[in-house]
Design a protein around this ligand. Structure first.
Ligand SMILES: *[C@@H]1O[C@H](CO)[C@@H](O)[C@H](O)[C@H]1NC(C)=O
Ligand SMILES: *[C@@H]1O[C@H](CO)[C@@H](O)[C@H](O)[C@H]1NC(C)=O
Ligand SMILES: *[C@@H]1O[C@H](CO)[C@@H](O)[C@H](O)[C@H]1NC(C)=O
Ligand SMILES: *[C@@H]1O[C@H](CO)[C@@H](O)[C@H](O)[C@H]1NC(C)=O
Ligand SMILES: *[C@@H]1O[C@H](CO)[C@@H](O)[C@H](O)[C@H]1NC(C)=O
Ligand SMILES: *[C@@H]1O[C@H](CO)[C@@H](O)[C@H](O)[C@H]1NC(C)=O
Ligand SMILES: *[C@@H]1O[C@H](CO)[C@@H](O)[C@H](O)[C@H]1NC(C)=O
Length: 739
């Protein structure tokens, strides 16, 4: 049954076919409940009064940092990233957080948000901006708010309005998107409330052995003289901003590093913030000593960079069946094809790999934070436009203009990557269509038009999404481009994933524009991936020619990068000339309402406890004694975690320690803790279990502990859910065994 799929690939043909079929059946026969979502204007809390911008005396910046839980439903919802239909949420390893940074130069204000989610979708951004508008009026807008997803592949989906992404998410699911919108807005609220005068420092370093180019065949197709300018095939640079108050006390840290958060593979079903999220966790736990995860004032965010072809699985790919090397060009194995070519490492399992990458990134960021000397000064700027990416004309040189295309995905999209290969017989690096699959596609969806085929050449088109509009357009046409500058640091918001070399070209172009007429001197240009709108990948023109996964997923055709470079140049120029207000806004993206936004997530079924058992009852008890380093485990009779509703800032589990002196229990871990794993396992006959593991750290104090679980069960469709809780027996943790 194990089906695999690609990193960030949003669907396999097979899934599409099944889902299309289901959809049609559902609608015509009415067998499945299809929820038609309506968007009524919601009631809002009274808006906070916007804090007027005041010029700080000693320093140009006012700084606010904030963090909020944005963990959505942890059951039944597909995890977003691998598009693997069997990867349905079932519990929590670590919680997801949104982290917001507000910087005000006394007259202008910018906001950067990094959220532990797969990507920011256009729908998510539009909903967040609507909320901010209601609360803050025109203070926080599309031009000065930048939203970035870390690209964890273990966060719930369901927050998309374009059909291809809805299919990968089983539709648009209100509880999913609401949790993220509310989490992001709450993190901005928190940052807004604690704005104070402060200072910002920038520092740069290198994180070695933590990313690997997963499409070297594409990379090698870039011009030799360009490649020769770089030592590595992925960017190892980490850029860190340190935020302090005027006394030098740390408020927060914000870093960018180019790595895919796919250390947790598609067999994982627990919600997890993966490697970059765990780097945040480590930094925050270090600074907020004694706080539970997600609490404490210090905020540490790790956003992703030009990570489109940067895998964290640094032991690299091999054939899991034979141990051979995979084919360089198509990443397939002699026996078993692409599916069996997988990359692993640096750890021995996915948890260890997540931890090692996170520690590498965190340790370097901490060094840079400690040693940061270069202070940022000067104004903040924000430039933003909406661009119709299907219709950009790029002037290549004095004689040649080229155009972007209406979106389409190539055959290699269905092959996936070495971080999770496709389960069908597609391979990467193909410029030939497969007559078999083309035939099936033509039968169901109709053939792509000649115009689209020519525009995307040499991409053999698998899905001509620009020509697919049912029930809603399959891909966006209107895309956000945005640059924010804080002093000499420029943040470029990529609406999707950009490869290493493509990112370098964008950085260079933006730097050049900023430096014209000395507007900026040696600016640090940072690519922030997965921002604002999701549009899959952007490769260089040369990488596109070999059509590996990333090239096949460059949906606006071979000149996508040139179009972005041109657009970002325009924004950078406007910033350098102080003319951002004169930038044309561009065409507004659509905000779909009505019956096109379907949900295939079933309503929460009734829960049943096994005969003679009650909810919260222990089915498998803990041992009486554990030694540090061991795993305590307990299994409870459970209800569906979705019954508990919005669980942000709460927990399904606790690990508690008994204090003999006071006779009281205190919480030492929650479901946000790295040390705990909350597995929700759905069985047959409406029964389910919650298994809680505590991976007892060596640093744990000896003593008496217990593990508790909190949930709700549903007796019937009209009665309200009932709360339950359960507790393990008390058990002892020792530093060593004394029997
Ligand atoms: C992958 O490429 C190799 C040659 O480099 C070829 O022999 C092999 O057949 C290809 N595999 C597939 C599945 O296309
Ligand atoms: C996922 O990681 C686990 C180890 O944690 C490993 O056993 C499994 O083979 C991996 N699966 C894939 C598809 O990478
Ligand atoms: C984008 O451009 C295409 C091609 O010119 C056009 O057909 C389409 O209507 C445009 N979309 C929007 C939303 O303006
Ligand atoms: C312009 O670019 C095209 C395509 O790259 C190239 O063939 C042509 O020689 C270039 N012309 C000039 C004048 O540089
Ligand atoms: C993929 O499988 C189909 C059906 O078995 C077959 O017709 C087609 O030739 C295969 N394609 C490749 C590239 O092997
Ligand atoms: C449930 O309890 C009843 C009465 O004590 C007993 O007869 C029955 O065997 C129990 N069922 C199970 C499955 O333990
Ligand atoms: C729950 O755990 C019990 C005890 O291990 C086991 O017998 C049962 O099959 C489990 N049920 C599910 C739904 O996993």
């Amino acid at each position: 049954m194990a089906r695999k799929s690609a990193c960030c690939r949003l669907s396999t043909l097979e899934v599409l076919l099944i889902v299309l079929f289901l959809l049609m059946t559902a609608i015509s026969v009415g067998l499945v409940t299809v929820f038609v979502l309506h968007f009524n204007s919601q009631t809002h809390e009274t808006p906070d009064e916007p804090i007027p911008s005041v010029k700080p005396e000693r320093n140009p910046y006012l700084i606010g940092v904030g963090r909020a839980d944005c963990t959505g439903p942890v059951a039944d919802v597909p995890l977003m990233g691998y598009a693997n239909p069997s990867q349905i949420a079932g519990g929590i390893h670590t919680r997801l957080f949104s982290r917001a940074f507000i910087v005000d130069d006394g007259s202008k204000r910018v906001v950067f948000v990094s959220a532990d989610i797969g990507m920011v979708s256009q729908r998510l951004r539009l909903e967040v901006l609507k909320e901010l508008q209601v609360k803050y009026g025109d203070l926080y807008r599309e031009d000065n708010v930048m939203l970035s997803g870390t690209h964890t592949h273990s966060g719930p989906g369901g927050y998309f309005q374009y059909t291809l992404f809805m299919i990968a998410s089983q539709g648009y699911y209100k509880p999913s998107i609401q949790a993220i919108v509310n989490g992001i807005v709450k993190s901005v609220d928190a940052a807004h409330r604690n704005i104070k005068p402060g200072r910002i420092f920038v520092n740069k370093g290198v994180v070695a052995d933590s990313n690997l180019n997963r499409s070297p065949h594409s990379y090698m197709n870039n011009p030799e003289e360009e490649r020769n300018r770089y030592k590595t095939t992925t960017d190892e640079q980490i850029v860190t901003l340190k935020f302090t108050d005027l006394d030098g006390d740390g408020l927060g840290v914000l870093s960018w590093f180019a790595v895919h958060p796919v250390s947790m593979n598609y067999t994982n079903r627990m919600v997890s913030s993966d490697n970059l999220g765990h780097a945040s966790y480590l930094f925050e736990q270090d600074k907020n000593l004694g706080s539970l995860p997600g609490q404490g004032p210090f905020v540490a965010a790790f956003a992703t960079g030009n990570s489109g072809d940067a895998s964290p699985n640094v032991r690299g790919p091999h054939c899991v069946n034979t141990g051979e090397k995979c084919d360089f060009v198509n990443s397939s194995c002699p026996v078993g094809g692409s599916r069996l070519c997988m990359a692993f490492g640096p750890g021995n399992d996915m948890f260890e790999s997540t931890r090692i990458i996170a520690e590498n990134v965190y340790k370097e960021a901490k060094e840079l934070y400690g040693g940061a000397q270069q202070e940022l000064r000067g104004s903040v700027h924000a430039a933003h436009q909406w661009v119709n990416m299907t219709d950009v004309t790029v002037q290549l040189n004095s004689t040649h203009t080229v155009k972007t295309c209406r979106p389409a995905l190539g055959h290699s999209f269905a092959a996936g990557t070495i971080d999770g290969g496709g389960d069908l017989n597609f391979t990467q690096g193909t410029t030939e269509g497969d007559p078999f699959w083309d035939g099936i596609r033509d039968l169901i969806l109709g053939p792509p038009s000649k115009e689209i085929q020519e525009c995307h050449n040499p991409k053999p088109i698998l899905f001509s999404t620009g020509e697919m509009n049912w029930p809603l357009p399959w891909h966006p046409e209107i895309v956000d481009v945005q640059i924010i500058t804080i002093g000499s640091v420029a943040l470029v918001a990529m609406p999707g994933e950009v490869t290493t070399m493509a990112g370098r070209r964008i950085r260079e172009a933006v730097r050049q524009e900023l430096e014209v007429d000395g507007a900026f001197s040696s600016p640090d240009v940072v690519i922030t991936g997965l921002c604002n709108t999701y549009t899959h990948y952007t490769t260089t023109y040369e990488e596109y020619q070999v059509q590996r996964y990333e090239g096949a997923s460059t949906i606006y055709g071979p000149h996508t990068l040139s179009a972005y470079v041109q657009n970002f140049r325009g924004l950078a120029k406007a910033i350098a000339q102080g003319k951002t207000a004169e930038l044309p806004k561009g065409p507004e993206p659509p905000f779909f309402t009505g019956s096109g936004l379907i949900s295939l997530i079933p309503p929460i079924p009734v829960d049943k406890a096994p005969e003679n058992a009650t909810f919260g009852q222990v089915l498998e008890q803990v041992n009486p004694v554990y030694k540090v380093g061991e795993v305590a485990s307990v299994t409870f009779v459970a209800g569906n975690p979705r019954n508990s509703g919005d669980m942000r800032d709460r927990t399904y589990i606790t690990v508690e320690k008994f204090h003999t002196s006071t006779g009281a229990w205190s919480v030492v871990h929650t479901d946000a803790s790295w040390e705990t794993r909350f597995y929700w396992i759905k069985g047959s006959d409406k029964q389910s279990n919650a298994t809680v593991e505590w991976h007892i750290p060596r640093s744990a104090e000896a003593g008496v502990y217990r593990i508790r679980h909190f949930g709700h069960y549903k007796k019937g469709f009209i009665v309200p859910v009932t709360a339950y809780e359960g507790s393990s027996d008390e058990f002892r943790v020792t530093k060593s065994f004394y029997y």
